[in-house]
Design a protein around this ligand. Structure first.
Ligand code: IVH
Length: 670
């Protein structure tokens, strides 16, 4: 490896420290002190130095993304078992808990407790050695979990290095809950529905599914957070109490629960628990209770644990947001991409203060799997602000006259035959001119995250469509004030405003426009990716799927859908027409000219120990366009030979495969 000059090392260390600090300002404190541009500039400089010198600091922020997908999760043994919690379902049970604690401690004095929200996500342990994050694992069975280090590193709120405190312990395991906000959960599900993929039942499943992912780039594409609340094995520092510990990790830049209160006596606990029951409604994530912990660590040790739960803590569970009601009908609803989803029409029922009369059933297979029949009594759940969903049927209440639900053979709107592609769950209407789709497409085009046409809501689109003013989204740009003046809700001022809003939307970004087009498989995330890789809209005209799959995060299905869209002359003409009507697409997301790929088409195999971890070398090769295989064959172009090579070297020699050193590999990449 090239010798890295001291001043370069220093610059890199400084960059890493600063970027990590600004990450913390942004993702934990939610109060950035520099602009995105300044941040990007530092990150770019760091990447440049790392690329040039082949030297990467262990806590470099560039290591948050980019690890290659793995085939399975390795097992990790927790040095201290990760326990679960006993539940209290009533205030009475909370008081019983306090009585038990006092009895076991042989005291009549009020106990000090901490109260925190109970996050509904998945428990994760972060292991630090000499301040560096070296392992992250799931809870598993409490004793052995799974190694999810690469995925966890993509969560920006999690420190890669313990900083900001005087004592950095030799070793410390910090535990907490990884969770997802409700709006992110909804965004992902919406994208999954568009792609005809099964949806996540709740934010917890979505968080868990995102973390227990073999491909870290998928984890990276989802917004996850963590709240740290507990300690496992520790060496080199001692804490007096839960509250002290929380203050310390806060200082050490860990994200802590939004609310941690120290109180004395169970009556105070009850007050806070009730306060939290109100507060939780304003949180952007789901909590399913409050966790009450004996504050003092000595007392915790005295109380000890049962097999699975400690005696010093309890979870107070808030009543679940569920209800039982009658399923009146299942109707078929056609979306913008032609996907036909079943919607449950319910006898109105109050759940958690909100009246629910409709619920999504996601797809027809789910209806069949849950054997949901019209006339059934069903269990409906409304978690947080999330769209309600049906958990299942109360089979005991069946009377025998309930009707099975069959997927529609014809589109309920245009009447054309429905189709189901082999291997897909989604049932579709493939008539591009189906009025339902047309309307939905226009609504999508105008929506806030797409072209953001203010004042053009769903109802207005329906009205204009019904009046024959718009048959597609191009027509929007042809609307004049006199066309809409006088329609319900459109007086002089409001019609003028809408026309202005339409005019304003003509100047947009490539990412928004691509999203607005409503190409199947292409949600906001994929649109942004495309914008990063393609300078202009025109570069996508007649694009080939092969080129698209070179973008690591773009899969074959998405690539095909994009190819199809941009090779359809009808579509290209439509875009050109939009342009002639004044559409101006800018692309601030473009990340510059792509690097040349000197290793394009070459296959490498690695043997022996290299100066960098093998995963990183693999990543580097892939970044420059090469492939890495696990065994030597005729197809291998180069065997990269490190120290103490294995049997692959003999095999390469036998097959006449070229062998190169690590330094030679670096030269190939230049
Ligand atoms: S303390 C031994 N604190 O709830 C103490 N747990 O049902 C164990 N959880 O496995 C955990 N928020 O995944 C603690 N503020 C909080 C929590 C919390 C959520 C989860 C955790 C635990 C589960 C038990």
């Amino acid at each position: 490896m090239k010798e890295v000059p001291d001043e370069i090392k220093k610059e890199m260390e400084k960059l890493v420290r600063e970027i990590n600090y600004h990450n913390y300002r942004y993702y934990v404190l939610d109060s950035p002190v520099i602009s995105d541009e300044e941040y990007d500039q530092m990150l770019r400089r760091l990447k440049e130095l790392e690329g040039k010198w082949g030297y990467i600091l262990p806590d470099s922020p560039t290591q948050r993304v980019g690890a290659a997908p793995s085939e399975k999760f390795e097992k990790v043994e927790h040095k201290e078992p990760m326990l679960s919690l006993d539940n209290a379902f009533s205030i009475e049970e909370l008081r019983d808990f306090d009585i038990r604690v006092k009895r076991l401690l042989g005291t009549k004095e009020d106990i000090e407790y901490t109260v925190e929200p109970k996050y509904d996500g998945l428990a994760v342990e972060l292991s630090y050695k000499e301040g560096l994050l070296y392992k992250a694992s799931t809870r598993g069975d409490g004793y052995v979990g799974e190694d999810i280090t690469a995925n966890i590193k993509t969560i920006r709120a999690i420190p890669l290095r313990i900083e900001g405190v005087e004592i950095v312990p030799e070793e410390i395991d910090i535990r907490g809950e990884v969770y997802m906000n409700i709006d992110e959960f909804e965004r992902i599900n919406k994208e999954r529905i568009e792609k005809g993929e099964p949806v996540f039942a709740n934010p917890r499943n979505a968080a868990s599914g995102s973390v227990r992912q073999l491909d870290p780039s998928v984890t990276a594409s989802r917004k996850l957070y963590m709240a740290c609340y507990g300690i496992g094995y520790v060496k080199g520092i001692t804490f007096k109490s839960q509250y002290d510990f929380i203050q310390w990790i806060k200082k050490a830049r860990f994200p802590i629960p939004v609310y941690v209160k120290l109180v004395k006596g169970i009556e105070e606990v009850i007050k806070v628990v009730k306060e939290l029951e109100e507060l939780r409604k304003s949180y952007p994530f789901e909590t399913d209770g409050a966790v009450i912990k004996v504050n003092n660590f000595d007392l915790q040790r005295k109380l000890g644990a049962k097999t699975r739960e400690p005696r010093w803590a309890i979870a107070y569970k808030y009543p679940a947001h569920q209800g039982i009601t009658k399923l009146l009908d299942v109707i078929a609803s056609v979306g913008r991409t032609g996907i036909i989803t079943p919607v449950a029409m319910l006898e109105p029922v109050k759940i958690g203060g909100v009246t629910v009369s409709k619920s999504t059933l996601h797809n027809w297979e789910e209806v069949e799997r849950k054997d949901i029949r019209v006339g059934d009594y069903v269990i409906v759940e409304r978690a947080g602000e999330v769209i309600p969903h049906i958990l299942g049927v109360v089979v005991d209440r069946r009377r025998g006259d309930e009707k099975k639900v069959t997927p529609p053979e014809h589109c309920p709107v245009c009447g054309s035959k429905t189709v189901k592609e082999p291997g897909e769950v989604a049932l579709k209407c493939i008539n591009f001119n189906c009025p339902a789709q047309v309307e939905e497409r226009i609504k999508h085009f105008a929506s806030r995250r797409a072209m953001n046409i203010e004042g053009l809501g769903d109802k207005t689109v329906e009205l204009f469509h019904e009046k024959g003013l718009i048959k597609n989204f191009i027509d929007l740009y042809k609307l004049r004030q006199k066309d809409i003046l006088g329609l319900p809700g459109f007086a002089e001022l409001s019609s003028k405003k809408l026309i202005e809003a339409i005019e304003k939307s003509k100047k947009t970004t490539l990412a928004r426009f691509l999203y607005a087009l409503g190409i199947s498989q292409v949600g906001e995330y994929a649109s942004k990716l495309l914008a990063k890789h393609f300078k202009s809209l025109e570069e996508l005209y007649h694009i080939e799927a092969e080129r698209l799959v070179q973008i690591p995060q773009i899969g074959e299905k998405t690539a095909k859908a994009i190819e199809q869209f941009f090779n359809n002359e009808e579509n290209l003409r439509a875009i050109e027409e939009l342009k002639s009507l004044g559409l101006k697409v800018e692309n601030p997301d473009y990340e510059g000219e792509r690097k040349p790929s000197p290793l394009n088409g070459l296959t490498f195999v690695i043997t022996g120990t290299l100066p960098l971890p093998r995963e990183e070398v693999k990543e580097m090769i892939e970044k420059y366009g090469g492939k890495v295989a696990s065994s030597v064959s005729q197809k291998t172009d180069y065997l990269v030979v490190g120290e103490q090579p294995g049997s692959k070297l003999q095999k390469a020699r036998a097959l006449g495969v070229k062998t190169i050193s690590y330094e030679e590999l670096l030269r190939l990449m230049e």
